[in-house]
Design a protein around this ligand. Structure first.
Ligand code: 5BU
Length: 272
């Protein structure tokens, strides 16, 4: 079994986790493997971008702690947009603490992330206890977790044995860990036998069609490189979509462009 040569909809049947299933199904339904990362500081701008790109994405990625005028109304509007445009929500919280602390950070505080984010992510650095802490909150709500197995930045430390250990951690909790933030497929890592049908979702940041970096360590690859060649599943695009100002027509055009490019890269991979 090779997830790289299977369709998103067929793969949805292999996942027991509700968030993983729902994501693969929406990808198939909307013909989109595009996740837009909405990294802006004002609520109005945040909601306008999401309303504009909503029809073209499978997933919206947030950093809700960036927003200066955050309030509960924003969450109500985000939820409404997710229903209107049919996308899931991924809060890129990158939990990284002991089980008890991440449990509190996930469920409580101002943001109450578990109430509205279908998917969150965590650094594997604390070991398996971080997954246990998050699962205690997320599993009863049908949520899914991604582990950060690799990063897109220049000279990052998530390589080699660290990446292997992240994959081993995921294998211990397939009910809750639905995949990885990574730059390539992970099933073959750790000299694992893939014949029993392991399937991870691979979500990949550091995607851009026009520039190679941002002068602050970010490194960009194209959808063709990420989806067709590296075999990842979802392209995460931020400034490539809204980085040239807040003209909604320009933002819509970019979202359509990345959706089309990402989907073509997926079809090319399937026909290989
Ligand atoms: P960009 O504007 O497309 O560069 O935004 C990329 C987003 O993905 C941004 O929100 C980062 O926090 C996030 N990201 C990343 O760029 N690279 C990584 O390795 C990880 C997350 Br993990």
């Amino acid at each position: 079994y090779d997830p790289k040569s299977s369709s998103y909809v067929d793969r949805s049947k292999r996942h027991s986790n509700g968030a993983a299933k729902a994501l693969l199904e929406v990808m198939d339904r909307k013909k989109s493997n595009l996740c837009v990362s909405v990294d802006v500081a004002q609520k109005q701008s945040f909601l306008t971008i999401i309303d504009t790109v909503g029809p073209y994405v499978c997933l919206i990625k947030t950093h809700v702690d960036i927003i200066e005028d955050f309030d509960d109304q924003l969450l109500a509007e985000l939820k409404a947009l997710s229903e209107r445009h049919d996308f899931l929500i991924f809060e890129d919280r990158k939990f990284a603490d002991i089980g008890n602390t991440v449990k509190l950070q996930y469920a409580k505080g101002v943001h109450k992330i578990a109430n509205w984010a279908h998917i969150v992510n965590a650094h594997p650095v604390p070991g398996p206890s971080i997954v246990e802490g998050l699962a205690s909150v997320g599993l009863p709500l049908g949520r899914g977790l991604l582990l950060l197995a690799e990063m897109s930045t220049k000279d990052n430390l998530a390589t080699g044995e660290y990446t292997t250990r992240a994959v081993q951690m995921a294998r211990q909790r397939p009910d809750f860990v639905i995949g990885f933030i990574a730059q390539r497929r992970m099933e073959t890592i750790g000299s694992h036998d893939t014949s029993h049908g392991e399937d991870f979702l691979i979500l990949t940041p550091g995607v851009g069609l026009d520039v190679q970096g941002d002068g602050m360590g970010q490194q960009y690859r194209t959808p063709k490189h990420v989806i067709t060649e590296a075999g990842c599943d979802v392209i995460i695009v931020g400034r490539g979509i809204y980085g040239n100002g807040d003209d909604v027509d320009a933002i819509r055009k970019q979202a359509q462009r990345y959706q089309a490019d990402g989907w073509k890269a997926y079809l090319d991979r399937l026909s290989k």
